[in-house]
Design a binder for this molecule. Structure first.
Ligand SMILES: Cc1ncc(COP(=O)(O)O)c(C=O)c1O
Length: 396
């Protein structure tokens, strides 16, 4: 069903012809009452699915108390959230903002300010091809995809790109101007691209050898999405087993309430002294309460375990499909960030799945991406696999 009321909205999104009006868990309903399985989760945002009772209760009680008061004041819920995330991540200090792009923009500022404070000229940020870091001027410049930059020049200086997974290219790109290497531990938007097993540990070593910073953008991969709280915790054979100097989060952190975060180790975080950075809404009581509730439920409902089990179930089901259908060239991902690469355009499969009641999305033109809520059930994963099997048995 096409919404007839888009006339005053800037047309930045090529929207699906669908209006969603209600959700519960991993299911959503459109404006004519049709049910869909939601394997998009608002693009990795609805961590706890839709209308989770704990989040409903926390948000209504917080709204009855205080939504916002400004960072001019101490905010106990912000302090609680920072302490909790510090325990979980091993990083020392947090700055809260509202989105992934804002978190990455701040991370770039922090890396530059860190070297400025040491009277060092290091300013350049090296990022990877096919990366995605956001839509602000600095983050789209950091992004390794031409399509997001076209028409927006002049772009900020001080960024360069190397192919993802190419250690030699990375080592060659590092020079006396390099401040940081900024990577998604597993690329989401760019095609669900996995790092080679030795890539991230070797990147960490390169950063240490050169005295430069490692920024990990976990806007999509963080907060349990990959089966550990942060993707960098996955063991070296699964993904990386390393720690960043600066970490960025957003998307799933608030379970649907906008909140992002920049985390850093102490010696880096001190460069954000009073007056150097800010955000009016960042870390207000409502968003911090949402994030604390998301973290509580991940723990109390043992969702990391569910992510690992449902991720295995989904990937092995997709792999079984791939074994029978040569147009599926690869199945990859970690936890519940799954990709299925096709030899043909993937968009027709997204549309056909939607017709059959399954919401999935693209990651680039040839990859189907699956991002169910972290509490998705085994029955819902089976239902999604049955729909996909019926699609691949037909000519799309
Ligand atoms: C890895 C990554 N970084 C940054 C962003 C930008 O986040 P936001 O849309 O909240 O600005 C995204 C969004 O898809 C992302 O996947």
């Amino acid at each position: 069903m096409t919404a007839a009321t888009d006339s005053h909205i800037m047309q930045t999104y090529a929207r699906f012809p669908l209006t969603l009006t209600r959700g519960a868990g991993s299911e959503v309903w459109d404006d004519v009452g049709k049910r869909y399985l939601d394997f998009i989760s608002g693009i990795a945002v609805n961590t706890l699915g839709h209308a989770h009772p704990a989040l409903q209760q926390a948000l209504t009680s917080q709204a009855a108390n205080m939504l916002h008061c400004s960072n001019l004041f101490h905010i106990p819920l912000q302090q609680q959230l920072a302490t909790r995330l510090a325990e979980l991540s091993g990083l020392d200090r947090f700055f809260f903002c509202n989105s992934g792009a804002e978190a990455n923009e701040g991370a770039i500022k922090l890396a530059r300010k860190y070297f400025y404070d040491q009277s060092s000229s290091r300013r350049t940020i090296i990022t990877a091809s096919h990366s995605f870091h956001g839509r602000t001027l600095a983050t789209l410049t950091a992004t390794g995809q031409t399509k997001v930059k076209t028409g927006f020049d002049p772009l900020p200086e001080g960024f360069c790109h190397v192919p993802f997974n190419d250690l030699d290219a990375l080592a060659q790109a590092i020079d006396d101007d390099t401040a940081a290497i900024m990577l998604e531990p597993l690329q989401g938007e760019g095609g669900v691209n996995m790092p080679n097993p030795d890539y991230l540990p070797a990147v960490r070593r390169l950063c240490d050898e050169h005295g430069i910073l490692l920024i990990l953008d976990e806007v999509q991969t963080g907060i349990g999405r990959c089966g550990t709280m942060f993707a960098y915790e996955l063991s070296a054979d699964e993904l990386s087993g390393i720690q960043p100097d600066i970490l960025t989060l957003a998307k799933g952190l608030g379970g649907g309430v906008p909140i992002g975060a920049i985390a850093a180790r102490e010696s880096v975080a001190v460069s954000f002294a009073p007056g150097t950075h800010g955000s009016t809404f960042g870390g207000n009581p409502l968003s911090c309460r949402a994030a604390l509730t998301v973290l509580d439920v991940i723990e109390s409902e043992q969702l990391l375990e569910n992510v690992r089990e449902r991720g295995e179930q989904l990937r092995s089901g997709l792999q079984a499909l791939a074994d029978d259908h040569p147009e599926i060239s690869a199945v990859r991902g970690a936890g519940l960030l799954c990709g299925m690469a096709l030899t043909c355009e993937a968009a027709p499969y997204v549309a056909a799945a939607r017709e059959q009641g399954l919401l999935i999305l693209l990651a680039g033109s040839h990859v189907l991406r699956f991002l169910p809520p972290l509490n998705v059930s085994a029955a819902a994963v089976d239902e999604a696999l049955t729909i996909l099997a019926s699609l691949f048995s037909k000519q799309i």
